[in-house]
Design a protein around this ligand. Structure first.
Ligand code: FAD
Length: 378
């Protein structure tokens, strides 16, 4: 434990690579086929500290900074995108906001088991009618005495089936827009809470994506995370940090796709394939540098939100471009079900959507670039 707490990002990377190659890679195709991450792997992630990396020892975290977290997620994603996304959601959009906004009692009760990996965390913001436009959520809460009662539906909630802690966002009145939203910590056993359906999907299979129903879920006032009416601030802060994590998952897929592409070119080396490999290498190394830049800024306590968007855009684009090139170069074999190139392309294709779509990242970036107080010299 002491060694792990003192470890730097490269040591975390080595440990994650060893674990991923020995325990994740051999079952990656099975995870995709069965759409399930085996429980034994989740226990392995916990044992290795990968569900506590980046979280302080004070709360039973495994230590390490954002660069260490990014290295772990990238190595896991290189083996299985689903396993990496499970850890990324747990760490960045569930445990991290509890660390930032939670009371001492909430940290004691929820953060400790999350950081030890005894419970998996989830984040329920998206709804059937509200995704990119988060202020439009319709899940309602009302105060009844000292309790809050929640009613509504959440869509595309990752990790919700195995989760032991779910952050849920609800509004006191949709007319209030962003000012009406509050964040709540919901233990899934709570009466009125149910997983309505698991959503089958193109890629990231194994990372459960679910529809949740909250039908009169009663929570004590201690379940409120942060102040009432500041839930969107909690959510957007979590998503900004989460974007660095998701970017590193996309980077791991891009690396796996690059390695697959290189193997394919080596197997039947032809002149036309070589520039494709070279272009893929440029995309990959640019994405690596941008993910590292975002993580370094975050660790330094510098503004990192814009860098996180840039990293997410670059890494998800690299993953899709390189995985697609892999299918081109592999020819018909590349599109056969179960072929590594085929799975990588399906996994890659989900990253431009999760945790803020490409179009939304571009809108946010452009708004910042055109701001009146923005220096024209970059
Ligand atoms: C695998 C997976 C896992 C997920 N996990 C979670 C989770 O754990 N928790 C959670 O809360 N959510 C989760 N999501 C939801 C995800 O964050 C949303 O899908 C995403 O934010 C987009 O929202 P939406 O699906 O409602 O699409 P919409 O907002 O309806 O967007 C549809 C399309 O329109 C584009 N668009 C929307 N508005 C604009 C605009 N103003 N200008 C230009 N283009 C626009 C979008 O870019 C997109 O291409 C997950 C999604 C997936 C696919």
């Amino acid at each position: 434990m002491t060694d792990r707490l003192a470890a730097g990002a490269e040591e975390w990377r080595d440990r994650a690579r060893r674990f991923a190659e020995a325990e994740v890679l051999p079952v990656a195709a099975q995870i995709d086929r069965e759409d399930r991450v085996p429980e034994v792997l989740v226990r392995g992630l916990a044992r290795e500290g990968f569900l506590g990396v980046g979280l302080p020892e004070r709360w039973n975290g495994a230590g390490g900074d954002t660069r260490a977290t990014v290295a772990v997620l990238e190595e896991l994603a290189r083996a299985s995108a689903a396993v990496a996304v499970l850890a990324a959601v747990h760490l960045s959009v569930c445990a991290a906001p509890i660390l930032t906004h939670g009371t001492a009692e909430q940290k004691e009760r929820f953060l400790r088991p999350l950081a030890r990996g005894e419970r998996v965390g989830a984040f329920g913001l998206t709804e059937p009618g509200a995704g990119s436009d988060t202020a439009r959520i319709a899940t309602r809460y009302v105060r009844e005495g000292t309790e809050f009662v929640l009613r509504g539906t959440k869509m595309f909630t990752s990790n919700a089936v195995t989760a032991g802690v779910i952050l849920v966002f609800a509004t006191s009145d949709p007319v209030l827009g962003s000012r009406g939203i509050s964040a709540f910590i919901v233990p899934p056993g709570t009466s009125g809470f149910s997983v309505a359906q698991r959503l089958d999907k193109l890629g990231l299979r194994g990372s459960e994506t679910t529809e949740l129903v909250l039908d009169g879920v009663r929570l004590p006032s201690a379940a409120l995370l942060g102040k009432e009416g500041e839930g969107l601030h909690v959510a957007l802060g979590a998503l900004a940090g989460g974007r660095v994590g998701i970017a590193s998952c996309a980077l791991g897929v891009a690396r796996a796709a690059f390695e697959e592409l290189r193997r394919s070119v080596l197997a039947h080396d032809e002149e036309w394939k070589r520039p494709i490999l070279a272009r893929a290498y440029v995309e990959l190394t640019a994405a690596q540098a941008l993910v590292d830049r975002a993580a370094t800024l975050k660790d330094a306590g510098e503004p990192f939100v814009e860098a996180a968007s840039v990293a997410k855009l670059a890494a998800s684009r690299a993953a899709v471009t390189i995985a697609s090139a892999g299918v081109d170069v592999a020819g018909p074999e590349g599109v056969r079900s179960g072929a590594p190139a085929e799975r990588l392309l399906r996994d890659a294709r989900v990253f431009p959507i999760v945790e803020g779509t490409t179009e939304i990242q571009e809108l946010i970036l452009a708004r910042g670039l055109l701001a009146a107080d923005r220096s024209p010299i970059l």
